[in-house]
Design a protein around this ligand. Structure first.
Ligand code: SF4
Length: 507
């Protein structure tokens, strides 16, 4: 959401920014607020810091409620009964700590835009890379901003364009030509229409669904299909990259326009880590993609040809993120899958604590090896990704020192992350990414140096080729920029070059 990251979090997991969900019903006597609640709960993994809904009351009044906290805490039943209407949108936010005023509701979504002529409520997931340029131009035109978020920049831009035409698909088409970014957004009008738009490269997932019965027709738009499942709906399809969909409570759900692009760039991390396994994104089951990621690792793993290791090996996931991939690996390798580490579900602060010593303690509080399982074993340890490497290092050391593992063989379902993300994901800088820094420092020996630093006996990363095969999409359909340094957005290319030169100057 905020393009200019004000403060880097000391976390060792990459985080997505936000979830969006919209519902419309043709039954004026039915409130969609409970469905919004259920959909947002299903999308809680995409943002936990605040949640909000905008509802269209009978008569065309938009009312918005948003607050810090989880969906279950914010959208209590008394709120749901007050916020009553047959059309609504909702949002879960992942905020960037340190942003001035980030706890203010001005920074939360949905964003309710209203002036003398135009009114709408909007929820947005993503980042606008040319945010500064657009904001400056709008500043020069006399627009007054109350926040420094790209959400408000988009809203103001849409509001300005809407002064010239009442045709919402045209407004959104014109807006998307000016926005260089990765985004999915939904917009609700006082007339009771919801418009959903996915950026032309399709970085962020977005899908539509329906729930029909003799009493009413309900249509949904959601960041992930798991939300449509949870509310009892049926997935219709993904919103295509560059497509504008109209959810009309009076009519149906239909496509208004598709802004074509010669390639797409769906974020590969959705399959590796972000999305829920029960979601289907652009026709691919996330759960199945993760199993294949594990299977591809096993297919390429030289240690499986060593009879001594095979004899003594168990496949252990880093809980919870390594589970599906470990199942896929174990099946392909024909080795036992074993839960060798216990995760304490009541510790929530592991990866955001500043200071190496505190973080080390936090990992110990959160993860404990099961000694009776791992002692004297060859542990084939599966994880989804390595970001800074600090947590992975501690997990390997816990398995060896506390668990008594004979050897630890680390297998990673995501290829080395060498470059930052400028597409709306909370990412460390290149300097803080272990693979990014080590590649600059050690050249072609960087993987061996990572292995040594992490303390694993052997290390195997997924290749970019196998990652794309496991996802089942061509390279030119996916964003792989954090793995290749090859960015698709024009405004981002310059930024990436700048950061690369800073890292080089430090080495
Ligand atoms: S750079 Fe990486 S995390 Fe960012 S959108 Fe691309 S694939 Fe996803």
């Amino acid at each position: 959401m905020l393009f200019n990251k004000p403060k880097i979090k000391m976390r060792d997991k990459i985080k997505d920014h936000c979830a969006i969900f919209g519902v419309t019903s043709d039954d004026l006597g039915f409130s969609v607020s409970k469905l919004l609640y259920q959909g947002l709960i299903a999308l809680q993994h995409r943002g936990q810091e605040s949640t909000g809904i905008s509802i269209l009351k009978t008569g065309g009044k938009i009312i918005t409620y948003k607050k810090s906290g989880l969906v279950s805490k914010v959208l209590e039943s008394k709120i749901l009964s007050q916020y009553w209407g047959n059309v609504g949108i909702g949002h879960n936010r992942y905020a960037t700590t340190g942003a001035i005023g980030y706890k203010s509701t001005d920074y939360m979504q949905p964003f309710h835009f209203k002036n003398n002529e135009i009114e709408f409520s909007m929820a947005f997931n993503g980042t606008i890379a040319n945010f500064d340029d657009i904001k400056k131009k709008m500043d020069d035109m006399g627009r007054v901003f109350i926040t420094d978020t790209d959400t408000e920049v988009i809203a103001q831009l849409i509001g300005s364009i809407a002064l010239g035409t009442e045709d919402w698909p045209e407004v959104l088409t014109l807006a998307s030509r000016l926005l260089d970014g990765s985004y999915s957004l939904i917009l609700m009008t006082p007339e009771g229409d919801i418009y959903a738009m996915r950026d032309p490269l399709g970085f962020k997932p977005l899908c539509i669904g329906e729930l029909k019965n003799p009493r009413r027709n309900i249509y949904f738009v959601a960041s992930e299909s798991c939300a449509i499942d949870v509310v009892g709906g049926t997935l219709i399809r993904d919103v295509k990259p560059g497509e504008i969909i109209h959810l009309s409570h009076q009519k149906d759900i239909h496509s208004e326009n598709v802004i074509k692009s010669n390639r797409t760039a769906l974020c590969q991390f959705e399959f590796v880590y972000f999305a829920r396994p029960d979601s289907i994104i652009d026709g691919v089951s996330v759960a199945e993609a993760r199993l294949r990621l594990g299977a591809y690792l096993a297919k390429n793993d030289p240690i499986l040809r060593d009879p001594e290791i095979r004899e003594n090996a168990i496949v252990v996931p880093v809980p919870d993120s390594g589970r599906s991939v470990a199942v896929g690996y174990a099946k392909e390798a024909k080795l036992p899958y074993v839960e060798g580490m216990m995760k304490n579900r009541y510790v929530h602060r592991t990866f955001i604590m500043p200071g190496q010593a505190k973080r080390k303690l936090a990992v110990k509080e959160k993860l404990n090896p099961i000694k009776s399982v791992v002692f004297d074993k060859d542990i084939i340890l599966l994880d989804d990704s390595i970001v800074r490497g600090t947590t992975t290092q501690q997990i390997v050391s816990l398995l060896r020192e506390k668990g008594g593992a004979k050897r630890v063989h680390l297998r990673v379902s995501c290829p080395p992350i060498i470059s930052p993300c400028y597409m709306g994901i909370d990412f460390p800088t290149k300097d803080e990414l272990i693979a990014g820094r080590f590649q600059e420092l050690y050249g072609e020996n960087f993987l061996e140096e990572i292995r040594r630093t992490i303390g694993a006996d052997t290390l195997l990363y997924q290749t970019v080729e196998d990652l794309t095969q496991a996802i089942g999409k061509d390279k030119n359909k996916l964003c792989l920029a954090c793995l290749t340094g090859d960015y698709q957005l024009k405004s981002v290319k310059k930024l990436a070059e700048l950061e690369k030169s800073i890292v080089r100057s430090r080495i």
